[in-house]
Design a protein around this ligand. Structure first.
Ligand SMILES: NC(=O)c1ccc[n+]([C@@H]2O[C@H](COP(=O)([O-])OP(=O)(O)OC[C@H]3O[C@@H](n4cnc5c(N)ncnc54)[C@H](O)[C@@H]3O)[C@@H](O)[C@H]2O)c1
Length: 355
């Protein structure tokens, strides 16, 4: 069992990571507390007994329908109403048991209700374990724009136990690998580990090990730049284009779109002479191990959505994060037309490759 701290000016967030942490840490965290558990329909079905025995006796349980479609205003309002009607107090605790969707909406509800109640994240997907449960970003999608309404709100405790991965479908493992490979573009040591394990990226042993590395990297970045004024922006590698494709095409998972976005953005970085082709090749080959990258013929239309991405600076500029060399990434700002043209150039080169 390992512990990682995120220290921000206002709060310390403690992350417990490793096999058996759920049994060891959860009873201590919940002891003497009234809690409000938020989970989704799949997790409730798979872990109903655990919820009934370990969580329900401490308070109420609210179940949202599984999937991204629940990350909306109506669902948030229902959660807040249930919190109010169950008499939740400011000293009480919200437990988010689920993937990134549950973590994001439960975190937002916890940050809003009575201007903030305690929050414990228990991530159950690989993506949520390596990324979304850590760092305090909460959000819902609104008016068709992803994660546009949200807060920064650090969980008091995050409990990352690999036991939940045993029930995850292969697609969700691939989704988590999307974020893990993103970390490969930000950390030289994570990249090396990924390259040494290309044949067993999905193995239990590898995932347990790399999860700790990814969390440590994110914790360090968030401690130094909680509000994303600089360094934290690098964690958005692949996300500007990935989010735009995710909103437009809606077929694949979040993590897969992050990888596809990263592929297109790497192409731009090489074209612009920012990323050496040899280094880009190392990252591209990892991406291709996890996802097949489509040659979107209408990628420029999808990219129009990038203009609404909250990470963008406005004034017609699109901001993307590009790998520069192992362990280093930088922000690149492009005019919307130029961005769109480069994305189409990448799509055409992919189409030629596939012929
Ligand atoms: N806050 C952040 O910093 C941050 C970072 C990255 C992504 N995100 C958000 O995270 C979301 C994606 O998260 P996700 O990929 O975890 O999606 P998700 O929460 O929808 O989970 C994916 C699927 O797996 C199911 N599931 C969850 N745990 C399971 C388990 N143990 N066994 C079997 N099935 C299980 C869920 O019911 C769902 O059907 C997106 O909305 C994205 O915007 C947030």
């Amino acid at each position: 069992m390992k512990e990682i701290d995120i220290n921000t000016p206002s709060v310390t967030s403690k992350i417990h990571c490793g096999e058996g942490v759920l049994d060891k840490v959860l009873p201590k965290v919940l002891s003497g507390r009234h809690i409000f558990t938020i989970t989704d329909s799949n997790v409730n079905r798979l872990y109903g007994e655990f919820i009934a025995q370990k969580l329900a006796p401490h308070g109420e349980v609210h179940v949202i329908p599984a999937g991204e479609k629940s990350k909306n205003y109506t669902c948030l309002a229902r959660i807040l109403k249930h919190m109010l009607h169950s008499g939740l107090k400011r000293c009480d605790t919200v437990v988010a048991l689920g993937g990134g969707v549950v973590g994001d909406i439960a975190g937002l509800a916890a940050s809003l209700y009575m201007r903030g109640v305690h929050l414990v994240q228990v991530p159950t997907t690989l993506l949520a374990q390596v990324d979304s449960s850590v760092g305090g970003k909460t959000a819902i999608d609104f008016c068709g724009v992803k994660n546009i309404v949200g807060t920064f709100y650090q969980p008091e405790t995050v409990i990352v136990d690999p036991l939940f991965l045993s029930t995850l479908p292969a697609r969700e493992i691939r989704c988590g690998l999307g974020e893990i490979i993103k970390y490969g573009g930000l950390s030289a040591s994570i990249l090396e580990k990924l390259e040494k394990n290309t044949k067993n990226l999905s193995s239990e042993i590898f995932l347990k090990d790399i999860t700790y590395d990814c969390i440590s990297h994110k914790a360090d970045v968030v401690t130094r730049d909680e509000r994303e004024s600089g360094l934290r922006k690098t964690l958005n590698l692949g996300h500007t284009t990935g989010h735009a494709f995710e909103l437009y095409y809606k077929r694949k998972s979040h993590g897969e779109y992050v990888l596809i976005g990263m592929y297109y953005e790497l192409f731009i970085a090489v074209e612009r002479g920012i990323c050496p082709p040899e280094y880009a090749k190392r990252l591209l080959s990892l991406i291709k191990r996890v996802v097949s990258v489509p040659a979107y013929a209408d990628a420029d239309r999808a990219c129009a959505a990038a203009a609404y991405d909250k990470k963008n600076v406005g004034g017609g500029e699109i901001s993307i994060i590009v790998p520069v060399c192992p362990g280093k990434a930088a922000e690149l700002r492009l005019g919307a037309d130029e961005y769109s043209a480069l994305i189409m150039q990448c799509a055409r080169s992919l189409a030629e490759e596939k012929q």
